[in-house]
Design a protein around this ligand. Sequence first.
Ligand SMILES: *Cc1c(COP(=O)(O)O)cnc(C)c1O
Length: 364
Amino acid sequence: MKIENLKKANVGYTNTPLEFMENLSKKLGKGNLYIKRDDMSGLALGGNKTRKLEYLVQFAIDNGYTALMTFGGVQTNHGRLTVAAAVKYGLKPILVLKGKKPDYLSGNLLLDRLMGADIYFVDYSSAENLPKTERQIIEKKFLQECADKIVKKYEIQGEKVLSIPVGGQGVIGSAGYAMFVPEIMKQMKEQNITAKYLVCGYGSTGTFAGLWAGAKYFNAPFEVIGIPIEPDYTPVEDTVKSINEINKFFDMGFTCEKKDLHLEIGSDPIPYGGTNYNEPDIETQKNLELMASTEAIILDPCYTGKIFRGFVDLIEKEIIPANENVILLHSGGAPGLFGKEHCDSLQKLLWSDEEKDHVTVMKL
Ligand SMILES: *Cc1c(COP(=O)(O)O)cnc(C)c1O
């Protein structure tokens, strides 16, 4: 099957805007900086999982599935968008979230509940003090047991449940980002832009893998640079494997080796990926503020704030050569900014000192 002929559902909008960031380009003074607005993908506040879900939902429909189940952290954007896609197509939305049930409903989780998702929390807290490797084995086994139980429960009710991996990772989901490449090449041509680099996030890796495969297959003029969004990121070898699987599945006619992939991790004191997955950190927060106050574009503290921090640093340090045209992929995630832990953490940066924060109270 040629990837161009793979059918997809209309879950959201493609052809998201490709915009020039004039203020930021002036401020940094080292190149022409563009942004591809996949945060504006139209589905339930948008984000990169929309493109993956177009193909995953089509697969579900073609194969008679009646429910979509997926996995993630408590504030998963992928979970929110899977719920949204399921609702749109009359499928049952089921979320299996790794972590304790929070006392306070906020961020993505609030949207999941509004859209009527069935939510299961897989609470590992009793294994918290075990050594890391042992803990990971136990957690993985428990998660599988829980998932099996949940699927069985719905099957008894007559549902057929499609289990979608974390982040929509895999060959089908990645097709969304491979097919992003001809779309952006067409926009670049229309706007008369040539760009040597496209910077994106590297989380569950489906976006990076799809983009890399698409760039190769469609002969894109740009190299794809991935920024890991956590310090403990997926090994490059695993992504090479994913890319070669995409190649094999769609018969794309290339090979990919480890040396072909370009990730930028950043360095001390905190890597671009921050201190931990979805943990607030001041470097990321400062970059959220930079983007919002120069371009009025809202990033998120779990993914795009970190990716943007990497993007800016690569330009400032001229790791990306000066005066190039560079494109940043905005992969969405803003609802996570309204998660309670991030709101709490941002009080200090933006709401602690009336004078510094330009906040004035005028009493009668
Ligand atoms: C999931 C996600 C990413 C990372 O994409 P992967 O395909 O998982 O690597 C980046 N940004 C946002 C906002 C996301 O939700």
